[in-house]
Design a protein around this ligand. Sequence first.
Ligand SMILES: [Zn+2]
Length: 411
Amino acid sequence: MKQASSHTIYNNTSNLGNIARNVSAPCPAQAAQEATSQAIGAAKEEEQRRQRLFRWALQAEARYILPHERVAECLRVVNPIALGVEVLHTPRQQAAHYKSLIVCGSVWMCPLCAAKISERRRSEELEPAIKRHIDGGGAVYLETYTVSHSRFDDLAVLLRLFLEARRRMRQGRQAQKRKWAFGIVGTISVLEVTWSPLNAWHPHKHELVFTTKHAGSMSAKTYATQARADWEQAAAQQGLHMDAHGYKFDRTYGAVADYIAKYGREPLKPPWGVEAELTKGHLKQGRGPVEHVTPFGLLAHIYQGEEELAPLFQAYARWFKGHKQLSWSKGLRKRLLGNEQEKTDEELANEQQEDAVLLGRLSRAQWRVVLANDARGELLEVARSGDWEQVQAFLTDIGCSAELGDVHTVA
Ligand SMILES: [Zn+2]
């Protein structure tokens, strides 16, 4: 980690930008276009800011629902050997983070850790693996397995049956033959669940299928037809049913790229404001009466006051705890990334940006005031400026008197 040298460089750069614009004096059409794109940029930035703050709010909610899990301490409890809470700044991204706090590393329960872990899994594992495979002449397909709504109230029972069906199908003779005929060298699978008031839990499994073009003789169409029939049978043996959507096979690289691009970037819609109401109305009218929510979507509903949904999030957390987010078939990771050893969720959640600089340090007393004000997210928003004086002003605003001090300014 480097020491902060000059956050004022950024202010100077933006001043230069203003001067340059004044000198070049664009024509009215250009100016209007520029104003529009600036307004769009500002609206996008504001939306991202709301999303970041909402993650903090949801994580605080998870703490109330799961008081005995590590998420309850995550980014709250100061590391016992630390002097205080360090605030780091990444000038390149204009981002700010905390250091010297306990981090839970739960991709299932903690919206803050989940965002970071998924981002790293995508950029350091999924994207390089797919690129390496395609560069080497291979192909990647996306399969989705699910079952039709079965109104199971018990998530653990439903997942046991669902995973057993998938396991039996994969180990069956037909699947083994198909694997060879289609030239499959491995898969990466992701298990997800959604929930809706009408249909309760809904599990689905996405599998990235890696094939070598020359090994197999079976066409993608034949593969998909056989796999669909096989899945229907395997699900039925476990007492589950599938409809037309129960098996999906995407052949285009676009579908794979789209899935990877969205991986772990679930938009969390803050449920307040006119905009949220409009969106809800649209869902009700346009896509039927049932809203399917992801587990963090469920958390958002609980945060909004639907506390009766809390046992559902607890059941989900209990089942998923300790499970891996991505499952690589044996040997694929070594083949594409050169190693079998993957970083744990906790390791990824604790990693810092290499170019992060120390902006300043909060005393333990100051941190207690930040926690009491529920201001962890807001403080980081202020720190994105890279200006420690602004952070100090914010601390004064929320009631940190100078005596709580021990503020350490580096720049
Ligand atoms: Zn966490």
